[in-house]
Each structure stands twice: as C-alpha cells, then as structure tokens.
Design a protein around this ligand. Structure first.
Ligand code: AFP
Length: 327
C-alpha cells in the first residue's frame, strides 16, 4: 500500500479557507518553497561545482561573502519578485531595503537565505529564515519596521536536510518533511515538550566566560541538568530545541578579554533571526527574551539590520533566565 501524505500547499489552502483568507499568502509561500528547493539544489551540489567557497568580496557588515550567500539571495529575490506579493524585502545580504513591488505588493518580508556560514564549507546544515508582516490595508502606510508580534508568519528551512517549519499567527507551528517528489508533506504540529528529560541547552560554549556575570552564574547552576548541543546555525539548533525542549541562547558578549570584541547588543539579527524563531517558539508554547529580559516579539526594531541577544525555548527556562536578566 502506498502511504499518501498531505502536502504543505494543501494544508495551507485548507488553513486559508477555514479562516476566510485570501490566496495571496499561498502564492507568496509557493515562491518561498520554490526558492528553498532551488537553494537546496545548489547547496547539495555545491562541493562538486565549487560553490561552497568565498565570493571574493565583503558585505556591509564586514563579513566575507560566500558564493552560496550570493546564490541564495539571488534565487530568493527572483521568486519574491515573481510572486508579485511583496512590497519590500529586507535581506541579510544587502544594506538597503529592496523595493520588490511597492505598489501592488501586500507583504513585507525579512529574510536570511543562508544563515550559519561556518557550516557552508563543510556542506553542513544552514538555515533559510524568514518573517512576514502584512501591509496596513486600511490605515496609512506604516513602513516596514515591524516588531515580531506583528508578523503574520515566520519560518525556516534547514538546508539541505529537507525540513521546513512554519509558525502561523494564532494557529501553531508546523513541521514538514520533503518527500521523493520534492513536496513538503505531513504537517506535524510542534509543541514544546513539558517533560524536562529531553531538554537541551544550546550556546557557543567557547564564549561562556565573555557573558555577563549573572548569565555565567545561571549557566553554572543549570548546565548539568540538561544535555548540551551546538551546531552553530540558528535554524538547526532551534530545530532541535523546538522538538526536544530546552533553550538556545546567544547572550550579549560583555567580558571579552579583547574589549573590541565585545558585542553588548548581541550578535543575532532581530528581524530575520531572533524574531523569526521567537515567533515559531511562541506558537509552539514557548517564549523568547533579549538581554534586558524583554520579550523579543515586543521589541520594536529601530533599524532593519538591528542586532540582539537571544534566549529562546521552553517557557519555564525563559521565565527563569528572564528574571535573572531583569534582576
Ligand atoms: P554566521 O552566518 O556568521 O555563521 O552566523 C550564524 C549565526 O547568526 C546563527 O545562525 C548562529 O546561531 C550563530 O550566528 C553562531 O555564531 P557563533 O559562530 O559565534 O557561534
């Protein structure tokens, strides 16, 4: 007997119809799925085709650009344009906001098409993360700088593992797997497990003595209770936390022996990294805070490439670290 699975598109169509929504979001999601599959193709063949190395230039954030960064960005923009549904895009790869369809578009999108660059030369998992907000259809135009709580959806592909996770506003976080026909199938609702047995902590352990004293103290008091896992690509690390429970954190760096290397504002980007996983986490019953203990989804971005510290995962852990951070 053949086992037939519900496809992502069928799932989303049902969802939109159930909530009396238009098909515009479906068309945008179709574009993002096509982009992810196209990027995955380049990534899988990257070692053989010489695409896993440097592109030879430096981006606005002073980081070496990888050939795959450029490929992923170009592919994503192509599909966003073709969808006709995007007003402006904010990409990790460009300093400026990209006008895609300012007149006819309906959504703002914030994305990093290839996050986790240290994994790229090895062909190991990277993330394609995105958050989506909707144009203000009634009132005056209110710009593209939206807090995570105003996103309508946020998701991530873990490339090249063939997994896709999507958080839908007030409708849960869902995981899909790619099948032999390259469809994402089998919607599985993600709920952070309450059972602490499987919980994991995930952070860059080599940075631990550069964190604030209170965060170091929290780690010392809690680390032995949980397993420790770290991949170095947010999408992959968060993928595990969402399934097993626990906490991913990238705290502010404030005690680096070389003060120039301190990152008091954190490393991760608010709009297309932290808010994206915070949104999925909230829809799965979890939470996320920044270094001040403020909920990530409440932080109003002042600029589109804004950085933040991030603590995301199971609610009891986020409440606990939140108290420490605010204290
Ligand atoms: P890169 O793309 O610069 O490697 O950054 C990836 C990332 O933003 C996020 O995906 C990881 O969780 C985190 O940074 C890893 O940072 P470290 O290499 O400092 O651990």
């Amino acid at each position: 007997m053949i086992r037939f699975e519900q496809t992502f598109m069928n799932f989303l169509l049902e969802h939109q119809e159930k909530h009396n929504r238009t098909h515009h979001f479906l068309i945008l999601m179709d574009g993002l799925i096509s982009a992810a599959k196209h990027i995955q193709h380049y990534y899988l063949t990257g070692a053989l085709k010489g695409n896993l190395g440097l592109a030879g230039n430096v981006n606005v954030q002073g980081e070496n650009v990888l050939r795959m960064d450029q490929i992923a960005h170009e592919i994503t923009l192509h599909y966003l344009k073709v969808s006709g549904r995007v007003i402006h895009a904010v990409s990790e790869e460009t300093e400026e906001i990209i006008p895609v369809n300012p007149e006819g578009g309906r959504y703002f999108i914030y994305f990093d098409p290839l996050d986790g660059s240290s994994n790229v030369p090895h062909g190991l998992p990277v993330g394609f993360l995105f958050g989506i907000a909707k144009r203000n259809l009634e009132g005056p135009e209110d710009g593209h700088l939206r807090a995570g709580k105003d996103y309508i959806a946020a998701g991530m592909f873990v490339i090249p593992t063939g997994t896709f996770t999507l958080g839908l506003k007030d409708a849960g976080t869902w995981r899909f797997h790619i099948d032999e026909t390259m469809n994402f199938v089998r919607p599985t609702r993600m709920t952070l497990p309450e059972d602490k047995k499987e919980w994991e902590l995930s952070f860059n352990a080599s940075n631990r003595y550069t964190y604030s004293e209170k965060v170091q103290k929290w780690i010392a008091e809690n680390e032995s209770k949980y397993a420790f896992r770290y991949l170095g690509a947010l999408a992959g690390d968060f993928h595990r936390v969402l399934a097993n429970g626990g906490m991913f954190m990238y705290p502010a760096i404030v005690n680096h022996p070389n003060p120039k290397k301190n990152r008091p504002d954190g490393k991760l980007r608010l709009m297309y990294e932290a808010a994206v996983v915070a949104f999925m986490c909230r829809e799965a019953g979890g939470d996320a805070v920044d270094e001040a203990g403020t909920r990530i989804l409440d932080v109003q971005p002042k600029k589109h490439h804004q950085r933040t510290a991030l603590y995301v995962g199971s609610k009891p852990l986020i409440e606990d670290i939140g108290r420490v951070l605010r204290g």
